[in-house]
Design a binder for this molecule. Structure first.
Ligand code: ACO
Length: 354
């Protein structure tokens, strides 16, 4: 249960009130107080893919940077991966599931269309009966989710929000289509976004979110919704699998991420030289390098783990963030820029001080 009534009444007089430095009005700042991630054990290597489609380890490595991806085990669902990541994030934050007042689950591969993966996760975690919902923005899901959660913290509606990005994409991929099957993997990442204490400098500084539905046909999964419900035709025409125009996505991805990052950096009042870490959506090493190059951020400041994960859609950013926090690369007080693009076409960039 949220305590928004008392917060709204008394928020302005509280010492926790922090003047807003970014766009819009907010009573409080939010900060990440814990991260967690989980990659399933089973690996799908480039050598495995060589046996499945007309491809080669050399082509995949050179054109995408991916060496292997993790695959969920049979019987595992997306909320199972999310449960492990969320438990680790709670532990890192020093919180119990009962402390959460919202669960926001970013995914395009929920366990099933309903109930939501968020409600399934709430049950698995033993969390209270707090607002829990899924957010669908494909690979931009996590930055969209972080932005939504940030608004609830800023207004005083919530104090501790679990934001999860988790996917099992390998079940939506056609292992006869060499252009898509080499890219995707499974995984989960999570953060606890909480109200900052007075005097804490870390927090979300600025966001830039974008969507252009006119570009919806660049990547899509045609069947399974109300337009094309499941039928024999779906199976005959392989409509249950992801379809993609790779080259066009590539161009739009670089353009929208660079613009979004520049906007978020500007809104936060930072210079490019003040960015300590760029964490781009792990889609293709060449996309990551192009974004960093156009922004003028050196490669050594870019968090890259695509070689070991592939594209895990909404999970790539929280997984990369968690890895870089846990291995000590990202430290408190550093400026971290998250950016993503995905089906929709969606894109989003979040500038934060960790
Ligand atoms: N192995 C070998 N050859 C291949 C493979 C493969 N796996 N896939 C494509 N090729 C071939 C093509 O058929 C083409 O052959 P041709 O020259 O004889 O016609 C050649 O390689 C070059 O193809 P391109 O499409 O130009 O290759 P490109 O360098 O663009 O790489 C790729 C393709 C990897 C798909 C790239 O365009 C890309 O990463 N795009 C972005 C995709 C993406 O990020 N999708 C996720 C979106 S996010 C979301 O919401 C899920």
């Amino acid at each position: 249960m949220t305590d928004h009534n008392t917060e709204r009444t008394h928020g302005a007089a509280e010492p926790g009130r922090i003047p807003d430095s970014g766009k819009g009005v907010g009573l409080y700042k939010s900060r990440i107080i814990g991260t967690g991630s989980h990659l399933p054990e089973k690996l799908l290597t480039n050598a495995d893919l060589e046996k499945m489609v007309d491809t080669s380890d050399a082509w995949i490595t050179e054109r995408t940077g991916i060496r292997y991806r993790h695959l969920a085990a049979e019987g595992q669902a997306t909320s199972d991966l999310a449960f492990v990541a969320a438990t680790r994030a709670l532990e890192a934050a020093g919180l119990e599931a009962a402390d959460l007042d919202m669960i926001l689950f970013c995914t395009v591969t929920p366990d099933q269309p309903m109930p939501s993966a968020a409600c399934m996760l709430q049950k698995k975690l033993g969390a209270r009966q707090v607002m829990s919902f899924d957010l669908s923005a494909a690979c931009s899901g996590f930055v969209y989710g972080l932005t939504v959660a940030n608004q609830f913290i800023r207004t005083g509606m919530s104090k501790n929000i679990l934001v999860v990005g988790a996917e099992i994409l390998h079940r939506l991929v056609n292992y006869k289509d060499r252009e898509t099957c080499i890219l995707f993997g499974d995984g989960a990442g999570a953060v606890i976004l909480s109200r900052a204490e007075p005097g804490q400098s870390s927090g979300i500084l600025a966001e830039h979110m974008f969507a252009d539905g006119n570009l919806g046909d660049l990547i899509m999964l045609p069947a399974g919704g109300s337009a094309i419900p499941f039928s024999q035709r779906v199976l005959d025409e392989n409509l249950q699998y992801v379809r993609m125009k790779g080259r066009e996505i590539f161009k739009n991805a670089v353009r929208t991420m660079v613009q979004g990052c520049q906007d978020a950096i500007g809104t936060a009042g930072l210079d490019i030289g003040e960015i300590d870490w760029l964490i781009p959506h792990q889609a293709n090493i060449r996309i990551l390098e192009a974004v960093a190059k156009y922004l003028g951020i050196p490669n050594e400041k870019v968090v890259v783990n695509i070689g070991d994960t592939g594209n895990t859609s909404a999970a790539t950013l929280p997984i990369a963030l968690d890895e870089a926090v846990r291995d000590g690369r990202i430290r408190r007080g550093q400026n971290v820029l998250l950016t993503a693009f995905g089906a929709g076409l969606t894109s989003g960039s979040v500038m934060l001080r960790y």
